[in-house]
Write a protein that binds this ligand. Sequence first.
Ligand SMILES: [Zn+2]
Length: 78
Amino acid sequence: MPRCVICQQIYDGGREMTCSDECHEELVRRLGADSGEFKKVIRLSTGVAYKVPTMDIIEKVLKEENLDRYPIWEENQS
Ligand SMILES: [Zn+2]
């Protein structure tokens, strides 16, 4: 069985390299993100959540007024 690259636990199921979403997020953070990942960023003044590529969060300084160029975060999962 695979071993989680973050917490070193042996796991069944989960993500490709990690045992859980939590560890996956940590992995993405450590790797400096891969372009397929998105983060939920909430615009403070409106409370609207945007789907922002993790890359952009890491590489750019996100300004609130620039958030509306990103798609709205859809809360369609259970
Ligand atoms: Zn883990």
